[in-house]
Design a protein around this ligand. Structure first.
Ligand code: ATP
Ligand code: LTN
Length: 329
């Protein structure tokens, strides 16, 4: 059976781009693959975090994943720091990656430019991400378009390691959807919507109250002329709304463009579609949120299953590398 793995950082409240670019595909993948999903709390540490907020966000992110339809009977859902194999393989892959290739990562460049404090972890971040993926003999990784370069690196590291030390890792494929893989900020439609950027009016949070969601869409920046056309370069604002509507309805953005004569009508349709997508998620989230012990138990079972898979893969890597095995005492 195909193995699918993906992760999401507990760096802030989940936004619509996370849902449309990645999370909805995680839910669909459960039908035909062995699915493993991870709340990557160690990745969140690459920028300073408030300890009590990090703890709450990690638990609530797991509850949100359950609310969107990650089914703990069919998927393994766990928290990255509960499985210490990730940190160990990450070191090994840091020693497999070249300084120059990490320096070329555009996410590092974006997040380090103008930052007050740039941690070494922000730089080596993609090696930890590669470890997440390679530990599970992953075939396919559903992610948004912004992760394309990191996935390419994970593949390169797997191939390099296999070449140097013998066949050890499965080489994963990225799965990037055609629609919704790059949801843009509603106020700045040339930059991606993000949960850690400070753009409250441009970012739709999955748990925003529904009246606020509709208002943010109605106030989205559109483009200078008035025709509704799907053209990302010339009409980024309108095209973003068409992509969002398309991801919510399943119709193509080009076909949808023909249905609306005015921006106002497109915004109304888009707001309705997003509100109806979010409503059931919010209702289920409230149920999981009322039962933190239940969520903790699901995560504990997930971590135990994850370790059963990750342990032997890490041992394979250790042996092939030539790390001395522990003898009997
Ligand atoms: P941060 O702002 O902290 O970098 P983020 O909101 O970009 O976070 P991640 O936790 O990095 O979100 O990503 C989780 C998943 O959501 C990834 O697969 C990522 O590609 C996807 N994703 C994030 N933002 C968008 C977006 N605007 N459009 C489509 N997919 C997205
Ligand atoms: N780097 C990703 C989050 C992430 C991830 C992963 C995604 C960490 N580990 C493993 C897929 C597979 C991000 O910034 N969105």
């Amino acid at each position: 059976m195909t193995r699918v793995f993906s992760g999401i950082k507990p760096t802030g409240p989940v936004q619509l781009g996370n849902l449309l670019g990645a999370l909805r595909h995680w839910v669909a993948d459960q039908d035909d693959a062995d699915t493993i999903f991870c709340v990557v709390d160690l990745h969140a540490l690459t920028v300073p975090q408030d300890p009590s907020e990090l703890r709450t966000r990690t638990l609530e992110l797991a509850q949100l994943l359950l609310a969107i339809g990650i089914d703990p009977e069919r998927s393994t859902l766990f928290v990255q720091s509960h499985v210490p194999e990730h940190a160990e393989l990450s070191w090994i892959l840091e020693c497999t990656a070249a300084f120059g290739e990490l320096r070329r990562m555009t996410q590092f460049k974006d997040k380090s430019t103008d930052a007050e404090f740039v941690s070494a972890g922000l730089f080596t971040y993609p090696a930890l991400m590669a470890a997440d993926i390679l530990l599970y003999d992953t075939d396919r990784v559903p992610v948004g378009d912004d992760q394309r370069q990191h996935l390419e690196l994970a593949r390169d590291l797997a191939m390099r390691f296999n070449h140097r030390y013998g066949n050890t890792f499965v080489v994963p494929e990225a799965a990037i959807a055609k629609v919704g893989a790059r949801v843009m900020d509603l106020q700045h439609p040339t930059r991606k919507m993000s949960k850690s950027e400070d753009s409250p009016q441009g970012t739709i949070l999955v748990l925003d109250d529904l009246a606020t969601v509709a208002k943010k869409i109605r106030r989205a920046v559109t483009d200078t002329d008035t025709d509704v056309r799907f053209d990302i370069v010339e009409k980024p604002g309108v095209s973003n709304l068409l992509s969002i509507l398309s991801a919510c309805t399943g119709e193509s953005p080009e076909a949808l463009a023909g249905n609306y004569a005015r921006y106002g009508d497109l915004k109304t349709a888009c707001a309705e579609a997003v509100v109806e997508t979010l409503r059931p998620v919010q209702e289920r989230f409230a149920e999981y949120n009322a039962d933190p012990a239940g969520t903790a138990a699901i995560l504990a079972r997930g971590a135990a299953r994850a370790r059963e898979i990750a342990g032997p893969v890490l041992s394979r890597a250790r042996t092939n590398l030539g790390l001395l095995e522990t003898g009997p005492t």
